[in-house]
Design a protein around this ligand. Structure first.
Ligand code: SAM
Length: 229
């Protein structure tokens, strides 16, 4: 056991003080003895905590940068769009340990890595699919409490709205990591964020939190919205 201080800052999300002055967060691993990426594991009282790297996960970056609303809870059902190799989804699965994560990824090559990450996490359902076409996975995904989206596409706000119409409970939450350069390389990122926020609001979301995730990711913002439909 290492000499650490640990404190729960959101449901199943912990702040870990290793005594070196760096702010770290972690989730309690639901699969002991298994890393998903090269995350550091800390053992405390027979539990393993996976240090959540903000350079590899925009959700960790947003939390470290002061996100006030983290709607993913112990029993949440989450639709995760743009699951990639499973880095952030694995932490989301640690948080929603009694819930379910529907993890959509459209690149078959990356899907293989996602399957590895999911192999022992029984609360992740990997789905090879295009987030632009929710009807194609509507036979698998049920109504969810949260949609988390990180697809880095020009129409990412529209994708969130489209999926919310299919799957998000009224009063549920949408979280979206917006990458300005995926939308327009020439335009001022602040302008882009304002426009994307307007699209989300017109589409039915009440934006209740937003945080810039620099310096971990350049020109990225995380929006959290409540689905009013
Ligand atoms: N969210 C991941 C994490 O934090 O571990 C990283 C996601 S990465 C920035 C974006 C991913 O979205 C890529 O793996 C890409 O293949 C996927 N993607 C892009 N467009 C998509 C779409 N229309 N449907 C599903 N996945 C998509």
């Amino acid at each position: 056991m290492e000499d650490v201080n640990i404190k729960e800052i959101f449901e199943n999300i912990y702040e870990v003080d290793l005594g070196d002055g760096l702010r770290r967060i972690a989730t309690r691993s639901i699969v002991k003895g298994k890393k998903v990426y090269d995350e550091r594991i800390i053992k405390i009282n027979n539990e393993e905590y996976r240090i959540w790297n903000p350079n590899k996960s925009k959700l960790a970056a947003a939390i470290i940068n002061g996100l006030k609303i983290v709607p993913i809870k112990r029993d949440s059902k989450v639709l995760y769009l743009g699951a990639s190799a499973g880095t952030t989804p694995s932490h989301v699965a640690d948080i929603a340990e009694q819930g379910m994560i529907y993890a959509v990824e459209y690149a078959p090559r990356i899907m293989r890595e996602l399957l590895d990450a999911c192999a022992e996490r029984k609360n992740i359902v990997p789905i090879l699919g295009d987030a632009n076409k929710p009807q194609e996975y509507s036979h698998i995904v049920e109504k969810v409490d949260v949609i988390y989206e990180d697809v880095a596409q020009p129409n990412q706000a529209e994708i969130l709205i489209k999926n919310a119409k299919w799957f998000l409970k009224k009063g549920g939450y949408g979280m979206i990591a917006i990458k300005a350069r995926s939308i327009d390389v020439a335009k001022n990122p602040k302008e882009i964020f304002k426009e994307q926020k307007e699209i989300l609001e017109k589409g039915g979301f009440e934006i209740v939190d937003e945080v810039d995730i620099e310096p971990f990711e350049k020109d990225h913002i995380m929006f959290v919205g409540i689905w009013r439909g």
